[in-house]
Design a protein around this ligand. Structure first.
Ligand code: CO
Length: 402
């Protein structure tokens, strides 16, 4: 899908950039005899520049907060830095010593086994880029008020490289009995958070992860061990994983009955809606940003699908009346963030920007109207509507329900 790129010099016309005659003195040669301060010495563990202030909060957190959001508008490429991966935990982050941590696999198996971290690390390993998305992500998008920025509207989604053991390999070690059809996973947090996963999926691409972006999984993400169920709602990727029970039915745990089910207008609820459908969002320009001048602005965003790869992303700058293919740049991994970019010359007028993803199953991200028709407004989960941002004549970007 190669796109014709306009002549960059003619198209960009960066009126805002400083002319050479006003070069800052920092760019000029050092004067003879000038003494400059030494910089910092090496450190044990690096930190972002103090001038870069990406945070998992875009508003001050309240005392009872149990989640924090990835600042998607601040990030480039497809990787979420580990320290900016969104958090959602139900009973706090436990402190776990990996030397005493164990994973027990039992139930409908031939040989129940207990694995230490050492046992797991010596097994064959895999490293894969996958997104994790809370099914409550974009929950505020069910209400007309929506969210003011992309961190609050879409920031319960992140993408990292995860390293660990395939669950299929562990299940092979214990020997699954023929009557088994589910896996029940339990975490070592205070509430023993647990979720059930169909055996068919557990035998597919599920990873028992101890690595995240090249280092140990962060405590907020389940240190020392988490279940990673690619493409499924985040709560089934049970953190601080300590027990897997092979069973013939789901456990019907609290977080798959009273929570994480989708209430429909007729009073029925959708249950075990695990897969996160294809979704995309423009991260720049996005809510609470401001375009400083008319002219060239690159529209950038992220797309992902719980069913496979992203085949196509289209962008509209006229509220969905016309669409143009965005350029998909960088890797296009299965069940991972995919970066799209689209050149745009802002004329200084009012514009409604949208993006629309299609995955490799042919599924197309729905409009808000189509989603409301199918599900109503009584759930907070699984909102993957086409998202709109409105660029005002002032350059300010605001949320709009379109
Ligand atoms: Co669900």
């Amino acid at each position: 899908m190669s796109k014709q790129r306009p002549s960059r010099r003619a198209f960009l016309g960066l009126a805002g950039a400083a002319a050479a005659s006003s070069l800052h003195s920092a760019a000029q040669a050092q004067a003879p005899g000038e003494i400059r301060d030494l910089g910092e010495t090496p450190t044990e563990y690096g930190r972002p520049s103090p001038f870069a202030d990406s945070k998992r909060w875009s508003r001050a957190p309240d005392a009872t907060a149990s989640s924090s959001n990835t600042p998607l508008a601040d990030l480039e490429g497809i990787v979420t830095p580990s320290g900016l991966h969104f958090e959602r935990h139900h009973t706090g982050v436990p402190a776990i010593d990996p030397d005493s941590h164990r994973l027990t696999i039992h139930g409908l198996v031939d040989r129940p086994l207990v694995f230490s971290m050492d046992d797991l690390v010596r097994m064959p390993s895999v490293s894969r880029f996958h997104f994790v998305e809370c099914s409550g992500n974009s929950g505020r998008e069910w209400s007309p008020a929506g969210a003011p920025n992309v961190q609050l509207s879409h920031g319960l989604a992140s993408c990292c490289e995860w390293t660990g053991v395939l669950l299929a390999d562990l299940l092979d070690e214990v020997g699954v009995k023929p009557e088994a059809s589910w896996i029940v996973a339990e975490g070592a947090d205070a509430g023993l958070m647990s979720r059930s996963v169909p055996l068919e999926r557990a035998l597919d691409d599920v990873v028992i992860a101890y690595g995240q972006n090249g280092e140990a999984v962060r405590p907020e993400q389940g240190y020392p061990l988490r279940l990673l169920v690619p493409g499924c709602e985040g709560s089934v990727s049970v953190k601080w994983l300590r027990r897997l029970e092979v069973a013939h039915m789901p456990s019907m745990a609290r977080d798959e009955t009273s929570k994480y089910t989708d209430l429909l207008p007729d009073g029925k609820a959708r249950q075990f809606t695990l897969v996160m459908d294809a979704k995309s969002v423009i991260t720049r320009p996005s809510g609470e940003q401001k375009l400083n001048a008319p002219g060239f602005h690159e529209i950038r965003g992220l797309a992902w699908s719980g069913r496979g790869t992203i085949r196509r992303v289209e962008v509209s700058t006229d509220g969905g009346r016309s669409w143009a293919d965005a350029e998909i740049d960088g890797p296009r991994y299965v069940k991972a963030f995919t970066r799209f970019r689209s050149p745009w010359r802002w004329d200084g007028g009012r514009h409604v920007l949208m993006s629309r993803a299609t995955d490799d199953t042919g599924y197309v991200q729905p409009t808000l109207a189509a989603l409301l028709e199918a599900r109503g407004r009584s759930t907070i989960y699984h909102n993957n509507r086409i998202k709109a941002w409105e660029v005002q004549e002032s350059g300010e970007v605001t949320n709009v329900e379109a």
